[in-house]
Design a protein around this ligand. Structure first.
Ligand SMILES: C[S@@+](CC[C@H](N)C(=O)[O-])C[C@H]1O[C@@H](n2cnc3c(N)ncnc32)[C@H](O)[C@@H]1O
Length: 202
């Protein structure tokens, strides 16, 4: 597969992402140009039975762009991956659906977001979720691991989307489901590669 960016450019993009989300993990205010936190969860139509008792200290870090649960059903007992899980709020909702016989894994590039995710599952008393640091282009799971992969607001940040999506289909079981909420370009893309890199996630 032909690489879109050099490894140096990939590193440049990922280092900007790490910087931004390290800050977001401390205080998410002012980083996003769309509704986040509780306002985001409400506008995006999440099931109130999941969101209503979420304490503000957890919900304030939600920075998804859509509702992956609106795209299909996750069932009790299933195994689910949340790709680019951030502070783990969708992973927690998935964990409630799959119950104690199921299991959810959250993967994220930024360790500080995962530290926050681990705190959140402690606050919420959820046992069937694990968080793993990693990048979507190379997932540390065997093939056919998951019934569903969900992802919310993360794919747009990944330099090599083809590779990331190939990884998703590798780790999904046959007939598994990939439910993605994300931002997409609706206008012409900036031709200058350098300018595209410097404005990667604005
Ligand atoms: C907009 S936030 C969304 C977080 C979470 N899904 C939510 O809905 O609150 C995007 C997340 O993607 C993560 N991310 C960015 N690039 C990634 C990559 N290559 N692999 C895994 N996660 C990545 C960021 O660290 C960040 O936590």
């Amino acid at each position: 597969m032909e690489d879109l960016f050099t490894s140096e450019e990939n590193e440049q993009i990922q280092s900007q992402i790490r910087d931004k989300y390290r800050k977001v993990s401390l205080n998410p205010g002012g980083f996003f140009n769309y509704p986040t936190g509780r306002a985001g969860l409400e506008i995006l139509g999440y099931d109130p039975s999941f969101t209503s008792d979420l304490p503000d200290e957890v919900s304030q870090f939600y920075c998804g762009v859509g509702n992956p649960f609106s795209m299909g059903k996750i069932k009790e007992g299933e195994t689910v991956l949340d790709l680019g899980c951030g502070v783990g709020i969708d992973a927690v909702f998935a964990a409630k659906i799959v119950g104690s016989k199921g299991k959810v894994f959250g993967v994220d590039l930024v360790p500080e977001m995962l530290d926050r995710a681990k705190k959140n599952v402690q606050i919420l008393g959820i046992a069937n979720v694990s968080f793993i640091e990693g990048s979507a282009e190379k997932l540390d799971f065997p093939k056919d691991s998951f019934h569903s992969v969900i992802s919310n607001g993360a794919i747009n940040l990944i330099p090599d989307k083809k590779r990331a999506i190939a990884e998703v289909f590798r780790v999904l079981k046959p007939n598994g489901r990939f439910m993605v909420a994300d931002q997409v370009l609706t206008d012409r893309i900036e031709k200058d590669l350098k300018a595209r890199i410097s404005t990667w996630f604005q």
